[in-house]
Design a protein around this ligand. Structure first.
Ligand code: ADP
Length: 514
């Protein structure tokens, strides 16, 4: 791997390149964690070469169809969390670039929104096809900048592209309504119109799919977009935007700025031209954006932190429950907002489930996502590992027992051992907050009522899972769970056809005419 420093080199400690905090985000690792670079078959250099050769290594922002540097020339490092290697320096933008991106999106709105749904659909369909034909390069980029295993990254390209395909088709079916009139000589119609410029702020855990599922419906119904990807994973976003241009999505319909997140966020918030904010990320930032949108009365769609319960009843099929819980918990090393955060297990099956689950977790292969055998990549950064350590420490100090793992992985960097913690209770951080890492807390319970009570004992009602063979119980409990998505005997529940319910609403202006 020619692009990696030899194993004895000191870790490339990040040196902030710019005085502003948001231009110096990065992953800082201590020297003794550099062992990640020693791993065998990784060829990050060849991967980067492949991406570069496809013309998909973009490092500038996209404003009005032009690739532009930050106006003050500042850049930000993008690092590989598995090795600490700097993959690229990308433009570190702020309010001025964002203002121009908004202007460009606003100007383009007046032409893009006037096309027929079918015309927009054709461009989106082409974008979908280009995403799919560059599946490998996009997946490599995601594995390099985010750390997820290639198999998951390839899956994310399918998943991410599916939103573009689906909404390209759906846009032709944005029907209005005809309402029985209240006066005999009147007719009441509802026309749905695109709302205008959309600001889309996305996280690092799904570098492609979080963008396509916001941008797909927005573009499809005639809105234009300014995307701000996470500073940890801008390369995938930029590559996807490049393919959008190639697909014929007009200059200015899709703009990408990244860098100083609060500055970019504030500019989007303050602009009267931005009519909607769509955000996936932490609850703390979501609250800020919601408050910030009040002044200009924007529509807001937020997808924030979760605290997903995964309930295993005595009457569950144990193999199905183990397989489903494993998938729900350990996908992307536990770094998704729908990851099972609390595995509630009924007393009668607790021992049996716990030992089968521990065995299954033991079989997970930790490593660099570029290696074929890897099923668990690193966490996104050092702060993420420290958070996991804090939660596990809190649980053990309050009486929980480590059944497997429980510490940093010997690979170093931000690798953490897949972990199972037994006898977790509701006074522990592992119960009340999102761990966002590869730690599965097992929480025993006695009755169905108790399970429902424990599951609902949070205000983060995003996703829930349950395992039971009893059909009546599956309906009863699903409906009692105060969660947006409920998986029954299934650990992977995200699909474009379900999530359209969440994302496509609020992009349209309801215009009653009389
Ligand atoms: P996470 O903990 O998953 O990184 P964040 O909420 O910090 O979640 O990040 C999600 C997205 O929000 C990222 O693109 C990040 O840069 C952006 N972000 C963070 N702070 C702000 C802010 N003050 N205004 C706008 N966007 C922000």
């Amino acid at each position: 791997t020619p692009s990696l420093p030899p194993p004895h080199s000191p870790a490339p400690l990040h040196t902030p390149r710019a005085p502003r905090r948001w231009c110096s985000v990065g992953r800082v690792f201590s020297v003794n964690r550099w062992v990640g670079a020693q791993m065998g078959s990784v060829d990050a250099g060849a991967a980067m070469e492949k991406i570069r050769a496809a013309g998909l290594l973009r490092t500038r922002g996209l404003i009005g169809g032009k690739w532009v540097d930050a106006y003050d020339g500042k850049t930000i490092e993008v690092q590989n969390p598995a090795t600490g290697e700097v993959l690229a320096n990308v433009a570190c933008m702020g309010n001025r670039e964002t203002a121009d991106a908004i202007t460009s999106a606003n100007t383009t709105f007046y032409t893009w929104s006037k096309l027929t749904a079918s015309e927009r659909s054709k461009a989106l369909r082409k974008w979908h096809d280009l995403l799919m034909s560059h599946k490998e390069e996009l997946a490599l980029l995601m594995t390099l900048e985010q750390g997820k295993p290639m198999k998951e990254a390839l899956g994310e390209v399918n998943y991410g592209a599916s939103f573009i395909e689906f909404f390209a088709e759906e846009a032709k079916r944005v029907y209005g309504d005809i309402i029985p009139p209240t006066l005999a000589d009147r007719r009441l119609l509802v026309l749905k119109q695109p709302i205008g410029v959309v600001g889309a702020i996305t996280p690092w855990n799904f570098p492609l799919a979080m963008i396509t599922r916001k941008v797909g419906p927005a573009l499809a119904c005639g809105c234009t977009v300014v995307v701000k990807p996470s500073e940890f994973t801008p390369l995938t976003a930029l590559a996807a935007a490049d393919l959008a241009l190639q697909a014929g999505i007009p200059a200015g319909a899709l703009n990408v700025v990244m860098g100083n997140a609060p500055e970019i966020g504030d500019e989007l918030m303050q602009s009267t031209q931005v009519r909607k904010i769509t955000f996936t990320g932490s609850t703390a930032v979501g609250k800020k954006l919601m408050a910030g949108s009040a002044n200009t009365v924007k529509k807001v769609s937020l997808e924030l932190g979760g605290n997903a319960p995964c309930i295993v009843f005595d009457d569950a099929d144990i193999d199905v429950a183990v397989k489903g819980s494993l998938a729900a918990k350990f996908r992307n090393s536990g770094q998704t907002c729908v990851c099972a955060n609390r595995i509630l297990v009924q007393e009668g099956i607790y021992e049996k489930f716990a030992s089968a689950f521990v065995k299954a977790v033991q079989s997970l292969q930790v490593g660099n996502g570029l290696e074929e055998s890897t099923s668990q990549g690193p966490l996104i950064n050092e702060a993420a590992v420290q958070k996991v350590e804090k939660f596990v420490g809190d649980a053990t100090s309050k009486g929980a027992n480590i059944m497997l793992g429980g510490k940093r992985h010997s690979l170093g960097m931000s690798f953490y051992e897949p972990t199972v913690v037994g006898n977790v209770s509701n006074d522990m951080l592992l119960f009340s907050e999102e761990v966002f890492g590869p730690v599965a807390p097992l929480i025993p319970f006695k009755t169905e009522e108790e399970a429902i009570h424990l599951a609902n004992d949070t205000n983060a009602g995003l996703a829930a899972y349950m395992f039971t063979k009893n059909i009546a119980r599956s309906w009863r409990v699903s409906e009692a769970l105060e969660y947006g998505l409920v998986g029954v005997n299934e650990g992977l529940i995200s699909t474009e056809v379900i999530e359209r319910q969440i994302k496509s609403l609020n992009l349209l202006r309801y215009e009653p005419t009389m």
